[in-house]
Design a protein around this ligand. Structure first.
Ligand SMILES: NC(=O)c1ccc[n+]([C@@H]2O[C@H](COP(=O)([O-])OP(=O)(O)OC[C@H]3O[C@@H](n4cnc5c(N)ncnc54)[C@H](O)[C@@H]3O)[C@@H](O)[C@H]2O)c1
Length: 327
């Protein structure tokens, strides 16, 4: 995308799964990429994620909760992709204060830095389908009520609202993308607490057993990370995106059992079993979800292109030779 050539672009959480894929694509587009990420333990940050562009990005190992680090990060940026976060729903229930710190304080401090030092950079915030809670209808569009079922969803909602408050009060340009379950290269595989897709991939690579909770018929619409990166790039470059909230989704809604079966078939190993929900996961389960992404299609021309089979093939090919960097 030519828009980014010679622009200074900040990616917060740029050592993580989505942030690193975005940073690599931004370098390819000719942007001057700056990453801020303290590599917080147990999250998806990994220095190896930016290995292909390590000499072409500026890496600030700072924490956005530190106002000085946030000020250095936003200085001179034309676009800010705000992807820093803690995405584990279950961890947000066992340690709600840590989730508050990361998913609220980080964003508030970043926005304060924008207010003080850089009000012209467009901020693209990566929000989540988790805001909607248990869907009241499907597919879920942006008019669906927000009603989170866990602490993580509450904090993501608060953080999204902070962004729009700073837009209204101080004129900081803001757009929010509400992501669905995303998968692909550079996703954390070390533990199961960051969502089921990365963990399914890990089990398939290990030739192990995938546990699908419940009856396996819950629907999801996995999005391949390259499609998500394309949506982020459009949101950061198109003037008509300013002030908007857009849902992202995958190309198809499939049951968890179909998703696992597809992965195991492509991997050629591993097994699947249906297992009862652990009570702590049952308490925050949202049932079936898939997004209506018609709004971003109509306004910005985005649609998810990579089907599940192709996406899983590319994911497994990526991890094959470099698995040791992710376990
Ligand atoms: N992965 C998904 O399926 C998914 C779904 C919905 C929404 N999202 C959103 O996308 C964002 C990125 O997700 P991901 O999967 O790449 O997560 P990730 O865990 O792979 O990466 C998050 C990165 O943010 C960094 N970070 C955390 N706190 C920070 C701080 N205070 N200052 C600077 N960096 C900090 C971490 O060190 C980590 O490298 C999340 O914040 C989440 O809101 C992701």
């Amino acid at each position: 995308m030519d828009f980014y050539r010679d622009r200074t672009v900040l990616v917060t959480g740029g050592l993580g799964f989505i942030g690193s894929n975005l940073s690599i694509e931004l370098v390819r587009c000719g942007a001057r990429v700056r990453i801020v990420d303290p590599l917080l333990p147990e999250l998806g940050g990994n220095l190896f994620n930016i290995e292909p562009v390590q000499d072409q990005v500026q890496l600030l190992r700072g924490d956005l909760r530190d106002p000085d680090a946030a000020a250095r990060a936003v200085e001179g940026a034309d676009v800010i992709f705000n992807l820093a976060g803690q995405i584990s729903h279950i961890d947000s229930m066992t340690d709600p204060y840590q989730d508050l710190e990361i998913n609220c304080r980080s964003h508030l401090t970043l926005l304060e830095a924008c207010r003080r030092h850089n009000r012209r950079a467009r901020v693209v915030y990566s929000s989540s389908r988790q805001l909607y809670g248990r869907p009241r209808y499907l597919p879920v569009d942006e008019m669906h009520p927000v009603d989170p079922v866990d602490v993580n969803g509450c904090h993501e909602l608060a953080a999204e609202q902070y962004h729009f408050v700073y837009r209204k009060a101080y004129g900081v340009p803001v757009v929010s993308l509400r992501l669905t379950n995303t998968y692909g290269p550079r996703q954390l595989l070390r533990h199961s607490r960051q969502g089921f897709l990365g963990w399914f991939v890990r089990q398939a690579l290990d030739g192990a057993e995938i546990s699908v909770y419940g009856d396996g018929r819950q629907l999801r619409d996995p999005a391949f990370v390259d499609d998500v990166v394309e949506a982020l790039l459009l949101a950061g470059s198109k003037p008509e995106a300013d002030g908007e909230i857009f849902n992202l989704g995958g190309p198809a809604a499939l049951s968890l059992q179909e998703i696992a079966d597809t992965l195991l078939r492509i991997a050629g190993r591993g097994t699947l079993r249906l297992a009862p929900f652990p009570p702590e996961k049952q308490a925050i389960d949202i049932g079936s979800y898939y997004a209506c992404w018609a709004k971003i299609h109509d306004r910005l021309g985005w649609r998810p292109k990579v089907g599940l089979e192709e996406g899983f093939r590319r994911t497994l090919d990526f991890y094959g030779p470099i698995f040791s960097h992710y376990v």
